[in-house]
Design a protein around this ligand. Structure first.
Ligand SMILES: C[S@@+](CC[C@H](N)C(=O)[O-])C[C@H]1O[C@@H](n2cnc3c(N)ncnc32)[C@H](O)[C@@H]1O
Length: 501
């Protein structure tokens, strides 16, 4: 990376693995993008980057950097407005280096050689005569044995004096005439500064993401079908949300669900099925389960999300339509949920909708025959309020609504810090991509101290307090008309609410 890129360059590693490329790019001030087919690889890389500490280097385009550069070169430091542009590079340790070309092309060296030749030759001839040898110039020894004859000692001394004199003149000539280049080494690090990774995002594609069907296309397709005397095709988005779930995967999930039940994040609060039968012919519903709740028999519809992909709102909505007449609860099992799904749960009339996050172990369920444990977990849904303040808005996290599978009741937890790790606001949401404009961090066991220890540095307590809160800073009315709030729990699950004030 150091050989082929400069600070500020963009480095791509399409096979992230444990994220070494991204880590090293971050370390050396390169920007980076990395991708992987494996969620595990991405999770590892993310943690590694977020927990990493990097040296802070002196930027050339900074006051400190310019001062250091001046100190090294002996030139007065550059002044002016510093932009901290990393593309200008770092201030580097360096050594001067004479270019070979400038030595090879220096004609003065030949002149010096000629000038000293008689002296060197005379001394060499005298030495060979005294010793009875035939040494060429390059064969003359550095030292003579003590017992060598006096004449030989004198010729030897004269030879080396001439050689040194010639070399000194050549060196002086090279120094006078040669081009000097600098060989660069490591950047100077700023003392007393710790750098953490710059901001980055982690994105994943959901193969089940539903694009709004193009109404015009559908009208055309319907007209064509009518002309051909055929039934009109089903709306396209319906085709797209059909889970591409393999039968054996469904079987594995149902087997484990029957054994493990569904629990929330509290101990002893578990929904256990008395019976669990497959539901043939269901479009989205795979099984029907019976469970007991406060002494009464209840029926649950089981919906299994895609083996590779994310559960979206359409799947939840359409599955609810399929079972709301006969089920008391609908358990939607998924490895991941679109953040928007939270918006649609728990308010589909009488039907209680439970998002049950499946443990990744289920993918390897054959290997883990044992099952049990926390394979299906329901998380709380954040209770968020949007309040008007000074002509703008403030968002408040009031708590987390937790479903108790043993009573069927939803109760509100009020220690938000225990249930939520961080939350973000897009104060001007465009309805498509969530842009983090406010970020807040919670966490029960004093994350401030943890941060201080992790950074081995002092953290500005006031700055920290502005981030550690359940009530946002006030912000202006959104131009887009939409405000989105994303809440992430300690397990990394996301929920999102959109407000249209
Ligand atoms: C040996 S690791 C890569 C190590 C990393 N490039 C480095 O230099 O430290 C190989 C990674 O490639 C990923 N991989 C395999 N096939 C892939 C594909 N078709 N597209 C993207 N990633 C893939 C694997 O999941 C694995 O994490």
């Amino acid at each position: 990376m150091l050989m082929t890129t400069d600070p500020g360059d963009l480095v791509l590693d399409p096979t992230c693995g444990s994220g070494t490329t991204a880590f090293v790019a971050e370390q050396w001030g390169r920007r980076w993008i990395t991708t992987d087919t494996s969620r595990v690889a991405l999770a590892l890389a993310r943690t590694r980057l977020m927990a990493g500490r990097f040296p802070a280097y002196l930027l050339r385009d900074s006051r400190d950097g310019a001062a250091k550069e001046g100190e090294i070169t002996g030139r007065p430091p550059e002044g002016g407005a510093f932009r901290h542009d990393i593309r200008q590079g770092f201030v580097l340790e360096r050594v001067p280096h004479v270019t070979l070309k400038s030595i090879a092309n220096n004609a003065e060296i030949d002149v010096i050689h000629e000038k000293w030749a008689p002296q060197v030759e005379a001394a060499r001839t005298a030495l060979n005569a005294a010793l009875g040898t035939t040494h060429e110039e390059w064969q003359v020894p550095r030292t003579l044995p003590d017992k060598a004859p006096k004449q030989a000692q004198e010729a030897h001394a004269a030879f080396w004096a001439a050689r040194r004199g010639r070399q000194a003149e050549m060196d002086a000539s090279i120094a006078r005439n040669a081009d000097v280049e600098f060989l660069h080494d490591r950047p100077y690090t700023k003392r007393n500064a710790v750098r953490v990774t710059g901001p980055f995002t982690v994105e994943s594609l959901s193969p089940h993401r539903v694009l709004p069907a193009d109404e015009e296309d559908e009208a055309v397709l319907a007209a064509l079908a009518q002309d051909a005397g055929e039934a009109p095709p089903p709306p396209r988005h319906k085709l797209r949300i059909a889970p591409d779930t393999a039968d054996d995967f469904v079987t594995v999930v149902l087997d484990n669900l029957a054994k493990a039940g569904v629990q929330n994040t509290r101990k002893d609060e578990r929904l256990t099925f008395a019976t669990l039968r497959s539901w043939p012919g269901g479009r989205h519903v795979s099984a029907e389960g019976e469970y007991e709740e406060a002494g009464a028999r209840k029926r649950a519809a089981i919906v299994i999300g895609p083996e590779y992909g994310t559960v979206g709102t359409d799947l939840v909505r359409e599955a609810a339509r399929e079972c709301r007449d006969w089920a008391d609860a609908m358990v939607v099992c998924g490895f991941a949920f679109d953040p928007q799904v939270g918006d649609s749960t728990m308010n589909l009339g009488r039907l209680v909708v439970l998002k049950a996050r499946m443990n990744q172990e289920l993918r390897a369920a054959e290997a883990y025959k044992a099952g049990g444990g926390n394979l299906f977990v329901v998380f709380g849904e954040p209770d968020i309020a949007l309040d008007q303040q000074d002509g703008g808005y403030v968002v408040r996290l009031r708590g987390v609504d937790i479903f108790d599978p043993t009573t069927g009741e939803v109760r509100s937890s009020t220690r938000v810090e225990d249930d939520i790790a961080c939350w973000f606001i897009d104060t001007d949401y465009d309805g498509d991509s969530f842009f983090v404009r406010h970020a807040y961090f919670l966490g029960g066991k004093d994350p401030f101290d943890k941060l201080k220890t992790a950074l081995k540095a002092e953290v500005d307590e006031e700055a920290w307090a502005s981030l550690y809160r359940t009530e946002s800073r006030p912000f202006a009315k959104p131009k887009s008309g939409r405000i989105a709030v994303k809440v992430i729990n300690h397990y990394g699950d996301e929920a999102m609410r959109v407000f249209r004030p």
